[in-house]
Ligand binder design. Structure first.
Ligand code: NAD
Ligand code: ZN
Length: 251
């Protein structure tokens, strides 16, 4: 059998035999929904300077930061839909295989696909938070024509409720993610460069618990040669349905 099929079959067997899978996703899983990732081919950092998402820059130059944020995250995020990769993961959760899905993504696509136990490590772009009175607003309800948007109640600055560079991780999501990663027997790493800390430590919690690690990425990551047991190179939106077919074929 060719190497690729051997690896796919091994991965399908591991997934079939586990009911304690923890999934860890990054921007790559949403690439086929039309949202560019930060790094890799077509990545946003080829076009923008990452300082636009630093909290210090946002607080001193909210208009400039918001202009980029609006283009990247709000002009089209509300029109995108989950792709087959998100859907297969939601199906595996309802089949009782997945105990938790940790995502670094802020696009809400896992929840839209039907995943329930989703731990949003970096928050979510669907809400805007007032930095003065702490009220939160659905982002669709806020007019983003005039930037920066201000709180209708107290005129404080509104900030997307996702984690900027230099900010801490939301405590509940942090705790749930560590628990999910530490207690699984199989971790699926999907579409992440593994370069953003502290999220990139999570697969190591799984490995320490002797979990097997399957990685799906378009190019190798720091995990590939260190903790990954089975590396599947390609698009998540193609590989996950293929794995699902293999699992169902042998049932
Ligand atoms: P990243 O941009 O650093 O890396 C993306 C990875 O996905 C790359 O390793 C690439 O090889 C892989 N990839 C690209 N297309 C793929 C595909 N079709 N299938 C499988 N893999 C694919 O992403 P990151 O590691 O998540 O870190 C960036 C940070 O920015 C995270 O916090 C992330 O949530 C955030 N971000 C989020 C979104 C989103 O919510 N959709 C978009 C951009 C950035
Ligand atoms: Zn306010």
């Amino acid at each position: 059998m060719e190497h690729r099929l051997v690896n796919l079959t091994k991965a399908a067997n591991l997934i079939r035999n586990s009911n304690k899978i923890c999934v860890f996703t990054g921007a790559g899983i949403s690439a086929e929904s039309g949202i560019p990732p930060f790094r890799g081919e077509g990545g946003l950092w080829n076009r923008y300077d990452p300082h636009i998402l630093e909290i210090g820059y946002f607080l001193t130059k909210p208009k400039e930061s918001w202009e980029a944020i609006r283009t990247i995250f709000y002009d089209f995020f509300h029109q995108v839909a989950p792709n087959p990769a998100h859907k297969v993961l939601a199906q595996w959760e309802s089949d009782g295989k997945i105990t938790g899905l940790i995502t670094q993504n802020i696009d809400n696509l896992h929840a839209q696909a039907g995943s329930v136990k989703v731990y949003e490590f970096h928050g979510n772009c669907d809400r805007l938070l007032c930095l003065d009175c702490n009220k939160s607003y659905p982002s669709l309800s806020v007019d983003l024509k005039e930037l920066p948007p201000l709180c209708p109640d107290c005129f404080g600055l509104l900030k997307p409720d996702f984690v900027f560079f230099g900010e801490g991780i939301p405590p509940l999501a942090y705790q749930q993610s560590i628990e999910a990663a530490s207690s699984c027997d199989l971790m699926l790493i999907i579409g992440t460069s593994g370069e953003v800390a502290p999220a990139n430590h999570l697969p190591h919690f799984a490995k320490r618990n002797k979990a097997s690690i399957i990685e799906i990425n378009r190019e190798p990551s720091p995990y590939t040669k260190t903790i990954t047991d089975i590396y599947l190179e390609g698009k998540a939106g193609e590989l996950l349905p293929e794995l699902n077919d293999l699992i169902n074929l042998n049932n």
